[in-house]
Design a binder for this molecule. Structure first.
Ligand SMILES: [Zn+2]
Ligand SMILES: [Zn+2]
Length: 182
């Protein structure tokens, strides 16, 4: 269970070891990637006197992505240490009054907020996934991609298509790049 009632966290802390399911980490219907079976969140929650919650632990999961060049699926492992602070969400007026207090606390790592006594670790996991995802989703750095003419996956087999005609305005550039390759 990844939805934690903050009031139920005992003074000595709460240890969690949870298998991750797509629904619990709010990834149902997510099409950017999929969560493989076997993901785990192991963490410890400690509640401070100010109702802050310190989350420390480790997130291990496999994500299934699609290569941006060849469109083949590939696995992207996530191994992420966690050290996060959650503060109770306050109304704005309260927040202003208590601003000094917040600044003086040592929650200078990562601070997020929880609302209505509930800490949704599933949402936290989801955010971690998005933070870890690479900008370029490639099955490998050297992926050759698909042939624009016949659609063959060039990683698997070369095809006989002629190179697409180059823009004559780019010809001088092409010459530069071709140097040394002949
Ligand atoms: Zn690829
Ligand atoms: Zn081709």
């Amino acid at each position: 269970m990844l939805l934690i009632e903050v009031s139920t966290i005992p003074p000595e802390g709460l240890d969690l070891d949870e298998a991750l399911e797509a629904a619990e980490v709010h990834l149902d219907g997510e099409d950017a990637f999929r969560l493989d079976v076997g993901g785990r969140l192991v963490c410890r929650l400690e509640k401070g006197d100010d109702q802050s919650v310190h989350v420390r632990g480790h997130l291990a999961a496999g994500l299934g992505l699609e290569c941006g060049r060849c469109l083949e699926p590939f696995a992207f492992p996530v191994e992420q240490d966690l050290d996060l602070f959650y503060l109770p969400h306050r109304r704005e007026t309260e927040l202003m009054e208590q601003e000094d207090e917040v600044v003086l606390t040592d929650h200078d790592m990562v601070v997020a907020y929880y609302a209505e006594n509930r800490l949704d670790l599933g949402e936290m996991v989801r955010e971690q996934f998005f933070l870890t995802l690479p900008m370029k989703r490639l099955c490998r750095e050297t992926c050759l991609g698909l042939c624009p003419t016949c659609g063959t996956n060039r990683n698997v087999a070369p095809c006989d298509c002629p190179e697409p005609p180059t823009d004559p305005r780019l010809a001088p550039l092409a010459k530069i790049f071709d140097k040394g390759s002949s």
